[in-house]
Write a protein that binds this ligand. Structure first.
Ligand code: MG
Ligand code: MG
Length: 272
């Protein structure tokens, strides 16, 4: 194991099963949020729905209190990419809202995000969401036992670059996850394949492309949290937590474990 691999947490199958429980709480909460998004709803109302769903599902919201964060979810609208603080903002017809959710169940974490259209959105925004979500699945589908972390990064970048003129945020990346929300290794959304730590059984990663209609540059607002695109272009963010088993890939935060989307990409389902 090389120096770069230090701090990587390898989970036992039982611990991965525990992460699946956290992942299902996150996945169910995001499905509820998706169906709650409509013009007029505030991001604070979505936050309350999420906190209730996480707690009634047996979890604890991992974002709440994280370095002082005041929400149970992040809600980022239009040019906001990630880390938006839920509050009084009412969503308007045509907005995009990115909802990021994390939960802890008995000490183990799940982390996932979706971007949701508010009513009818312009065609470029729909395309942006589709490209971002598909790049996440392509990234996960590129992961193989014995491969390397940046095999995921490369697959994400190749899909985004092939889809049109988009920005890939460079300052924020995916991450290892387990008994902490953020663990080594980093999982960049761009790069050459075959680099970084080896993909082994028991490693769990959160893959989370953040893609824009313009620049790859971002800034943080005065609230010290909200990350916006530097050029004001709109952004989308999708995220899943996944792991590899000897049989294939298992998306711990997807309700079906990723079986359908991975199957469409020719990847065997590795879930239990
Ligand atoms: Mg997240
Ligand atoms: Mg994450």
């Amino acid at each position: 194991m090389g120096l770069r691999d230090r701090g990587i947490q390898i989970k036992t199958p039982e611990q991965v099963d525990q992460m699946r429980r956290a992942g299902l709480v996150v996945g169910r909460t995001l499905e509820l949020l998706r169906s709650s998004v409509r013009p007029g709803v505030t991001t604070g109302e979505l936050d309350a729905i999420a906190e209730d769903a996480i707690r009634s599902g047996g979890g604890t919201p991992s974002f709440l209190g994280y370095h002082g964060f005041t929400g149970s979810i992040c809600a980022s609208v239009n040019e906001e990419v990630v880390h938006g603080i839920p509050g009084d903002r009412a969503l308007a017809e045509g907005d995009l809202v990115s909802l990021d959710c994390g939960a802890i169940v008995e000490g183990w974490h799940g982390d996932a995000a979706v971007t949701v259209p508010v009513g009818e959105v312009r065609p470029e925004a729909t395309a942006l969401m589709q490209v971002t979500e598909e790049s996440m699945w392509r990234g996960i589908a590129a992961a193989r036992l014995g491969g390397r972390v940046t095999d995921i990064s490369c697959a994400i970048e190749q899909h985004v670059r092939g889809a049109g003129s988009y920005g890939i945020l460079e300052d924020y990346v995916g991450h290892g996850i387990g008994s902490e929300m953020h663990q080594p290794p980093n999982v960049p959304n761009y790069g050459r394949p075959g680099k970084g730590p080896r993909l082994v059984e028991g490693l769990a990663l959160a893959v989370e492309p953040m893609i824009t209609l313009g620049t790859h540059d971002s800034e943080v607002l005065d609230d010290d949290w909200t990350v916006v695109t530097a050029d004001g272009s709109w952004a989308a963010h999708f995220e899943h937590t996944f792991t590899l088993t000897p049989r294939g890939a298992w998306v711990l935060t997807a309700l079906d474990g990723g079986e359908q989307r991975l199957g469409e990409l020719g990847v065997p389902f590795g879930g239990r």
